[in-house]
Ligand binder design. Structure first.
Ligand SMILES: NC(=O)c1ccc[n+]([C@@H]2O[C@H](COP(=O)([O-])OP(=O)(O)OC[C@H]3O[C@@H](n4cnc5c(N)ncnc54)[C@H](O)[C@@H]3O)[C@@H](O)[C@H]2O)c1
Length: 326
């Protein structure tokens, strides 16, 4: 019985795909390659190029591979792009997710795991953020993710399909075995950009905002190694298979690092200085986003194994080097 991974050629989906294959699961990846990289998909996975909204394709995949569990990563993820093109984001993240969910319900899928985001929370709420904290998504991207969460909540009341929503904080790093990493040319993630600067592929690193009400004036985020995030998905899948009810979990380490902390970490790893450019704040960037991960630790027994900035940075630089020459 295979597992369907939508967006499995993307950054996070490809890591989860490898983690599933590593423990002997059969994996079917469905990805339209709009931002994904075919080379990041594990060799033993069945790869299907196509769209999550293609209901005849999805229906036939679900039936042909007797799929009971779906992990849904496919989506558009760039916040400023969503501000410029809200309808495009609602289409890809909400309308197409709805089509996928409908195909899953129709084919009797039992378990559904959805990638959501820390940006659904009210950034003014007290930190660290627990799952029940106030929601106030600002960007079309964040709203599209919360809308899909709500859709799943309603669906799980009306149909037997149970789901888990994982709200990621700042995902960073790459596969410790070097098989995959972040490949999107438009990626804006701080550690990815820092790795590009460290390798001389980008001239300098922008610091957006140095006047935040934080210890050093720069934004503070909760960076989670993508390998620990992949492990969280496997635990969520195991729990659903064992009969656990639908649930929402934060995925983060529960500690904040400022932009300057990250820069110091990168400089420590490379043994040199990074060229930085201090710029104005970007609209919509909250000063601090830190998770309270107690629920996932307690309910799923999730234990971070890569909670180390230097390790995250090293893996990101290794991947960047491999990716751009490969
Ligand atoms: N990267 C982060 O820090 C982060 C943080 C919070 C949440 N998320 C969520 O995690 C998920 C994965 O993000 P990522 O960083 O791996 O992004 P990504 O862009 O690397 O991966 C998304 C994948 O989905 C595919 N895709 C997009 N639309 C599709 C469609 N309609 N049909 C089929 N395939 C489609 C793309 O080709 C790509 O391979 C997204 O849902 C995102 O919202 C990511």
């Amino acid at each position: 019985m295979a597992v369907l991974v939508t967006g499995g050629a993307g950054y996070i989906g490809s890591h989860v795909g490898h983690a599933l294959l590593d423990r002997g699961e059969q994996v079917v990846v469905l990805d339209n390659l709009s931002t994904g990289n075919r080379a990041c998909v594990g060799e033993d996975a069945v790869f299907v190029e196509g769209d999550i909204a293609d209901d005849s394709l999805v229906g036939s995949l679900l039936r042909h591979h007797a799929i009971r569990s779906v992990l849904h990563f496919a989506g558009s993820i760039v916040v400023p792009e969503s501000v410029a093109d809200p309808l495009g984001y609602y289409e890809n993240n909400v309308v197409r997710s709805r089509a996928l969910i409908q195909a899953c319900v129709g084919a009797g899928v039992e378990h559904f795991i959805f990638s959501s985001t820390a940006t659904v929370y009210d950034a003014e709420a007290p930190q660290p953020l627990a799952e029940d904290e106030r929601k106030a998504p600002i960007s079309p991207y964040a709203r599209s993710k919360l809308m899909t969460e709500w859709m799943l909540e309603d669906v799980s009341r009306a149909h037997p399909m149970r789901h888990m929503v994982l709200r990621y904080f700042n995902v960073a790093g790459a596969d410790p075995q070097g098989r995959t990493g972040q490949s999107s040319p438009r990626a804006t993630h701080l550690i990815k950009r820092a790795a590009q600067v460290a390798l001389g592929r980008v001239p300098q690193l922008d610091i957006f905002g140095t006047d935040y009400p934080t210890a050093d004036g720069t934004g503070v985020r909760d960076y989670i190694h993508v390998a620990d995030l992949a492990a969280a998905h496997l635990l969520a899948l195991d729990a659903l298979r064992a009969g656990a009810p639908s649930a929402v979990y934060n995925c983060g380490y529960g500690r904040g690092l400022s932009v300057r902390d990250v820069i110091s970490g990168v400089e420590r790893v490379i043994g040199g200085r990074l060229a930085v450019l201090e710029s104005a704040r970007r609209p919509g960037d909250p000063p601090v986003l830190i998770s309270d991960p107690s629920r996932i630790k307690r309910a799923l027994g999730w234990t971070p194994r890569h909670d180390d900035l230097d390790e995250i940075v090293r893996s990101a630089i290794d991947w960047e080097r491999r990716f751009n020459t490969g």
